[in-house]
Design a binder for this molecule. Sequence first.
Ligand code: SF4
Length: 98
Amino acid sequence: MRTAASFGVRPEAVNAFLALADVLNRMGDDNRRAVCEQRPEQWSSDATPPARQDAAAACGFCPAQPACLAFALAQREPAGVWGGQDFTPIPKRKESAA
Ligand code: SF4
C-alpha cells in the first residue's frame, strides 16, 4: 500500500491529500474522471499560458475543485494548474539595454 509520503506529499498537506483522494475516488465510483486526467499536458507548467488558462477555467466544472485547490495550497505546489489556479511562475522580463 502506498502512503501519502510515497507520493511526495508534505506532512502538512496529508489531510488535504486524503480529502482530495476521497473526492476523486467517489468520482471514480460514479465513472467520472477529472478532466485533467484526460489531458494532463494542458495542466502542466510546460503548457502555453493560454492552454493553462483554459485548463484553469475547466477546473471550475470539476467536483474536486475545492479539495484540489486546498491540497495545492497546503502542498505549496510550485507550478502547473491545480483547483482552478495556475501556480506556474511568470518568467521574469529581461531588462532592455538603454
Ligand atoms: S480541479 Fe482541476 S486540477 Fe483539480 S482534479 Fe479537477 S480538473 Fe484536475
